[in-house]
Design a protein around this ligand. Structure first.
Ligand code: IMP
Ligand code: MG
Length: 194
């Protein structure tokens, strides 16, 4: 399929499979946090859709939540990242002694989640678990494993369900692989799409 932005998109995970996978993930989280008030911190912008679906399903499983968002950014030029991650918008809640679930769209090099986890652990939390919609283990630079993973994907540049290329395609309700001649993505300067 070729779309208005002239990129070729190949569906990878359809909407039905995507929601089935997230539902299973929520069952595990709900079992683990039974009875606790869980502090969910979504990483913007990529996790907005995943977080929105996750919290609604957790509500149906009677998990009570406090929700906030954090924005971090990694900087680099061209296709090379400096590897440095910076805080753009911090959490506005006191997380001391709270159980926290940190949510991101994709675990790629591991830099973002490793930075964000390190930052949150300075709050002296009761516990910290991480949850990602996608894991791309073959791309890891910083050792990091998420506690809850929706889907493991190969080393392909994927868009949709919150994930973008130059700010585009976040709105897709499913996940697609993008093939484009361009070489930089807005959130992700160190990854060259095929
Ligand atoms: P990490 O710090 O390398 O783990 O990268 C995490 C961030 O890179 C994610 O939050 C995404 O914004 C972005 N990213 C990594 N892989 C992809 C991809 O395949 N498509 C879109 N964004 C990606
Ligand atoms: Mg992101």
């Amino acid at each position: 399929m070729s779309d208005a932005h002239n990129a070729i998109l190949e569906p990878l995970i359809n909407e039905t499979d995507l929601h089935a996978g997230i539902s299973q993930l929520v069952d595990r989280i709900a079992d683990d946090f039974d009875g606790d008030e869980l502090y969910v911190i979504g990483l913007l912008r990529g996790s907005f859709m995943f977080t929105a679906d996750l919290v609604r399903l957790l509500y149906r499983r009677d998990v009570r939540l406090v929700i906030d968002f954090m924005t971090v950014a990694s900087y680099g030029s061209g296709t090379e990242s400096s590897g440095e991650v910076n805080m753009m918008r911090d959490v506005h809640l006191d997380l001391t002694d709270k159980p926290v679930l940190l949510v991101d769209d994709i675990l790629d090099t591991g830099r973002t989640l490793s930075f964000a986890s390190q930052h949150l652990s300075e709050f002296k939390l009761a516990s910290l678990k991480t949850c990602v919609f996608l894991d791309k283990p073959s791309r890891r630079v910083v050792p990091f494993e998420a506690d809850y993973v929706g889907f493991t994907v190969p080393d392909l540049f994927v868009v949709g369900y919150g994930l973008d290329f130059d700010g585009r395609y976040r709105e897709l309700p499913h996940l697609s692989v993008i093939q484009t001649p361009r070489s930089t993505g807005s959130d992700h300067p160190d990854h060259t799409p095929p």
